[in-house]
Write a protein of this length. Structure first.
Length: 268
């Protein structure tokens, strides 16, 4: 499935056109699209209009609402955490970019052409911002993720080690992107059956993300699963059981939150 993240702020006038455009994107992608709308504390009627329109839309969707305006980057991060697709893209709610770009982007990802695209993106960022900019690191992280998806674990490991070093300087060792890179490096090491090293990296990322975000976010869920796999391979069942308990606790908390605030997050 493809997940399209759309931050929404003061966009009520463009929403009918946006929903129609997303329906066309979904059709072009053979019905495999999920749209994740994140209403970023918008003072207009954007949330109400989406809440009424999405149940009748032809595509799968999630509608998330932030308590106040946190800014586009925070809204995108929230959408990424909730998204369930294998591939992700972000689109402006005012249709600044042609919707066809999203279709092309997803199709290139599915055809496994992303490696060259991310390499070229990194070269462009380097020429514009210099080699130390965080966008260069981000492009390299995306390329490393391609290697990981292909199960080219040795290449992924080398790339993620470089990415972590770059994020440490350009962002910080405790930034969420750094934590996610640690988790992905751990997954590459897991693929190489280097379980002890994998545990060290996954735990580093897990601790970073746990200190900053909700226990139910996607990367924490996947980190727990990977840690269970690693600990079982290392014949440490008590540690594996501890993370199973954390999984159950997070799942129960997520279910309780949804029951207590059914209108806070609307899903289709």
């Amino acid at each position: 499935m493809f997940s399209l993240i759309i931050p929404v702020y003061r966009n009520e006038e463009s929403l009918p056109s946006l929903i129609a455009a997303i329906a066309d994107i979904n059709q072009a992608l053979d019905g495999k699209l999920e749209a994740v709308f994140v209403v970023d504390g918008s003072p207009d009627r954007s949330y109400a209009l989406l809440r009424n329109a999405l149940p009748n839309a032809s595509f799968a969707s999630q509608l998330l609402v932030l308590s106040r305006n946190f800014g586009a980057f925070a809204a995108i991060r929230c959408g990424l955490q909730a998204a369930g697709g294998r591939y992700f893209a972000v689109m402006a709610a005012d249709l600044q970019e042609p919707p066809e770009l999203a279709v092309e982007f997803f199709q290139r990802l599915e055809r496994d052409e992303a490696d060259a695209d991310f390499a070229r993106t990194g070269e462009i960022y380097t020429s514009v911002y210099g080699d130390k900019h965080y966008l260069v690191a981000l492009a390299r992280a995306n390329r490393a993720s391609v290697y990981l998806a292909r199960k080219q674990f040795t290449e992924a490991e080398a790339q993620f080690r470089d990415v972590i070093a770059r994020f440490n300087v350009a962002l910080s060792p405790t930034h969420m992107n750094t934590g996610i890179a640690h988790i992905k490096l751990g997954r590459a090491l897991l693929g190489e059956k280097r379980y002890r090293e994998a545990v060290e990296e996954i735990l580093a990322g897990y601790r970073t993300l746990s200190a900053q975000t909700d226990p139910s976010v996607t990367w924490l869920k996947s980190a727990r699963t990977d840690l269970i796999t690693a600990y079982e391979a290392l014949h440490e069942p008590e540690k594996a059981a501890a993370f199973r308990a954390e999984m159950e606790k997070a799942a129960a908390a997520e279910a309780g939150s949804a029951a207590a605030d059914p209108d806070g997050t609307a899903k289709k």
